[in-house]
Design a protein around this ligand. Structure first.
Ligand code: SAH
Length: 216
């Protein structure tokens, strides 16, 4: 498939996202720039610009472009923001965050996915700080963050994520049971002890976040 056909398909995907209610111009621009065909497995390349989740290795998925755009909007990223992603998967979401000018840290549980995402991101010239390990406790070493995005569904919000956010930082996380989740935007208060502001959006379906207190 020629490169120009891929860029045409990328444009069509952006049009589809606009019709689905994605408004943030910078987010749309980022989706219109990242070459999703390099983040999916070879056998799915021809579906790379369908607005669908696709299987990746280790029984995981690259999220649907609409979901990536929706969650990215909720992060309210400004140039230079430090963002932590839990669940690198294919590396696609991390690339979108980089296109928005964020300084990106991302953790993946499976070594196979971590290694593949590392080489994809390097080949596409995205400088992301990656780690293979359990992200259910965040990544204290580089905290605090302006935003944390969790790309796997969780039964609740681990307190540690809020602890690792700056005042007014945003946590975007799918919360629910294993069948269906709502995406929560949790905005940390400006002062210590302030209650976070929570907005919930329905309904989404994610692979589960795997962690000690989580899905057993
Ligand atoms: N953001 C990814 C979507 C990946 S799906 C993308 O753009 O492709 C969610 C990912 O979360 C999976 O790869 C899964 O292995 C990972 N994951 C689940 N539990 C995790 C945990 N506790 N720590 C780190 N990664 C986890």
């Amino acid at each position: 498939m020629s490169i120009s056909l891929q860029s045409l398909k990328r444009k069509e995907l952006v049009e589809k996202l606009i019709r689905s209610g994605i408004k943030d111009k910078k987010v749309l621009e980022a989706i219109g720039t990242v070459k999703r065909e390099f983040f999916v497995n070879d056998e799915f390349k021809r579906y790379a610009y369908d607005n669908n989740a696709l299987p990746i290795n280790c029984s995981q998925t690259i999220s649907q472009p609409y979901t990536v755009a929706f969650m990215t909007e909720l992060l309210e990223i400004k140039e230079g923001n430090k963002i932590l992603e839990i669940g690198t998967g294919s590396g696609y979401q991390a690339a979108v965050l980089k296109e928005l000018g964020a300084d990106v840290y991302s953790i993946e549980k499976y070594e196979e996915l971590y290694l593949k995402a590392k080489s994809t991101l390097e080949n596409q010239n995205y400088k992301v700080t990656l780690k293979c390990g359990d992200g259910s406790k965040g990544w204290a070493e580089f905290a605090p963050y302006d935003g944390i995005i969790v790309t796997a569904g969780s039964p609740k919000i681990p307190d540690v994520y809020l602890d690792q956010l700056l005042p007014l930082g945003r946590l975007v996380i799918p919360v629910g049971d294993s069948a269906v989740q709502k995406i929560w935007q949790v905005k940390k208060g400006s002062r210590e002890g302030d209650k976070p502001e929570i907005k919930k959006f329905s309904d989404f379906k994610f692979v589960p976040l795997q962690w000690e207190e989580g899905w057993k």
